[in-house]
Design a protein around this ligand. Sequence first.
Ligand SMILES: NC(=O)c1ccc[n+]([C@@H]2O[C@H](COP(=O)([O-])OP(=O)(O)OC[C@H]3O[C@@H](n4cnc5c(N)ncnc54)[C@H](O)[C@@H]3O)[C@@H](O)[C@H]2O)c1
Length: 451
Amino acid sequence: MNILVVGAGYVGLVTASCLANKTNRVVCVDTDSKKLAKLAASQIPIYEPGLKEIVDAAVANGSLSFELGIKAGLAKIESDQTNEPTLVFIAVGTPQGEDGSADLRYVLAAAKEIGQHLTLPAIVINKSTVPVGTADSVKGEVAWQLFQRKCFIDFDVASNPEFLKEGAAIDDFFKPDRIVIGTDNEKTKESMLKLYRPFVEDDGRLLTVGVKEAELIKYASNAMLATRISFMNEIANICDRYGIDVEDVRQGVGMDSRIGPAFLKAGCGYGGSCFPKDVQALVRIAQSVGVEPLVLNGVESRNKKQKQYLFEQIVTRMGKDLTGRKIAVWGLAFKPETDDMREASSIDLIRALCHAGAQVVAHDPVAKEVAEQIFADLIRNGRLSIVDNLMQATRDADALALVTEWKEYKNVDFNALKSSLKSAVVFDGRNHLNPKEMKKLGFHYAGVGRV
Ligand SMILES: NC(=O)c1ccc[n+]([C@@H]2O[C@H](COP(=O)([O-])OP(=O)(O)OC[C@H]3O[C@@H](n4cnc5c(N)ncnc54)[C@H](O)[C@@H]3O)[C@@H](O)[C@H]2O)c1
């Protein structure tokens, strides 16, 4: 099938390269010429395991190419005429607007450009996470542009939310739990099923629903996952008061087949490009139709509070004034296997530590470059340094705070870590290390909900 993917970010690049690896012809466009220059030089602008191999293979066999802007992209993909409609995926960002709702300016700008340049029948597919009713707005925008051009081109708009997890995106795309297709049109449904059948072993993983239902499924899914995390973080705080271990509680709760063990790990708050903004957006969606989002507000409040957890632990042990103290931070990305730092808990912690006078030395296996931009001010005024070696970060530090559960942090030589630190004090914000072993080795160890 002929496919145009609008946006070469996490979702667009993964979608374009994976679809191109299944005998489709794909053109991926972006407005960011620096990103495109990197891609032209076979460099992947983001850290995502396996993505480079997939992109390189598709580019090499001619099934994937990149263009600057929708106009050029449409011209290229439409130059190869088929009997089938062109599939145009919108995979641009939907950041949080000032009032918390999803900012649709990039989606609607993409719809406008599509309407301005489309010349052949097409199905426009929203892959971006968008509020209920956005497909209608996209349809209206494309139709308006076509009307102004006096063009009568057959097109439809469908919803196909993306559920990939950063760090495991390629696997998720090739072996999805489910693919949600939102359409109210039989012909569109057939095209979408044809596109996605090669990605599933049986049709049971393909859920076709109405457009609006698909739009809400994405928000409800992310909010559900965020709810489980915030719920368990609240339980961890109760564990703290009783001096009991939240990990034992988690195991017991997760063994209930009605509950299951996933997404129940306590920690120092969730971040990333999706959960925080999507929970906020769902709050606004609920309010816009007169529903008071009692649960969602609680999820968000708990997460905000949880992001202060490590700092509060450090201050409780070391005092409010951290002047002259050196704190090592392991992990900057919002989760392992990515360099994405959007809404990462490390940002709240490092800013709070520096504000309290501490000197911070941080390490992350892949997010250093991204972090250097985010913390440019702290680096410039000498409060923060980001180093390449994890042990270099801990040298003569008064404490170590672990914020991202990278594998390498589990596999260190803990005797070497103990001699590297000035005081053997570890705050484990992800319950990633073994407290019994740490204590046996003489560390003061504090996890989240496990004293
Ligand atoms: N990142 C994730 O893990 C993830 C997972 C599921 C869903 N989503 C959703 O998918 C959407 C995209 O997320 P992302 O993380 O890939 O965003 P991103 O910011 O990484 O990428 C978006 C890209 O779109 C480009 N763009 C914007 N307007 C354009 C236009 N008119 N023409 C061409 N390119 C344009 C930008 O330059 C950018 O490169 C969002 O709605 C997000 O909520 C993200």
